[in-house]
Design a protein around this ligand. Sequence first.
Ligand SMILES: Nc1ncnc2c1ncn2[C@@H]1O[C@H](COP(=O)(O)OP(=O)(O)OP(=O)(O)O)[C@@H](O)[C@H]1O
Ligand SMILES: Nc1nc2c(ncn2[C@@H]2O[C@H](COP(=O)(O)O)[C@@H](O)[C@H]2O)c(=O)[nH]1
Length: 199
Amino acid sequence: MEIQPKLIVFSAPSGAGKTTLVRHLLKQKELNLAFSISAASREPRTGEIDGKDYYFLGLKEFKSRIRKEEFLEFEEVYRDQFYGTLKSEVERIWALGKHVIFDIDVVGGLRLKKKFPERTLAIFVKPPSINELQIRLKKRKTETPEKIAMRVAKASTEMATAPQFDIIIKNDDLNLAKERAVQVVKDFINQPVPRDEEE
Ligand SMILES: Nc1ncnc2c1ncn2[C@@H]1O[C@H](COP(=O)(O)OP(=O)(O)OP(=O)(O)O)[C@@H](O)[C@H]1O
Ligand SMILES: Nc1nc2c(ncn2[C@@H]2O[C@H](COP(=O)(O)O)[C@@H](O)[C@H]2O)c(=O)[nH]1
């Protein structure tokens, strides 16, 4: 049976738990999801693999790809740190007959929703508080204190975008959040795409 490929977007402030929920969903094979590997201008963290976690392009190459209009969306999420979805990445996943799942910032998430309104489910992951974000990021040990401060400083503006998303998942109790994520994604991919957005 042919599938109607969809876009599942997870957006939130840094530390809310997007990656954790997306990884959980990718383990549910019956959902037929593939992760959209974003391009990033930053350096890889210890353990991150080029072509698996991100396409690590560096700033010069990233800007050159912007000029060549290779992105479906991109954003300077933090100062001099660009992230974006390459058009080729979404095409690659759709050619595999899979739905695309994204872990991207709130601006990028809403941009994709605007581009493909009917075939996108835009999910906002809501942390219990901004203070909790700081605690989680500290525990994650991937960012310097300065970078954590920069990420947390942006969080309240990002939280204000929550009502523009289709669904808000509160990520306080992680198991409950995982269950709800599986349920809403399952419901969405089982819905038909309205005719005007069919290819
Ligand atoms: N419900 C939760 N309770 C406690 N810790 C959590 C919960 N959900 C996720 N975490 C932890 O919080 C940290 C941040 O989670 P994660 O990396 O998934 O966030 P993120 O939104 O993807 O952040 P970023 O945008 O920086 O990539 C991780 O160490 C994760 O294990
Ligand atoms: N607009 C986009 N935002 C993206 C994309 N890929 C990741 N991101 C967001 O960047 C921050 C920081 O990520 P980190 O890996 O450095 O912690 C986070 O909010 C991501 O969701 C993208 O393609 N477009």
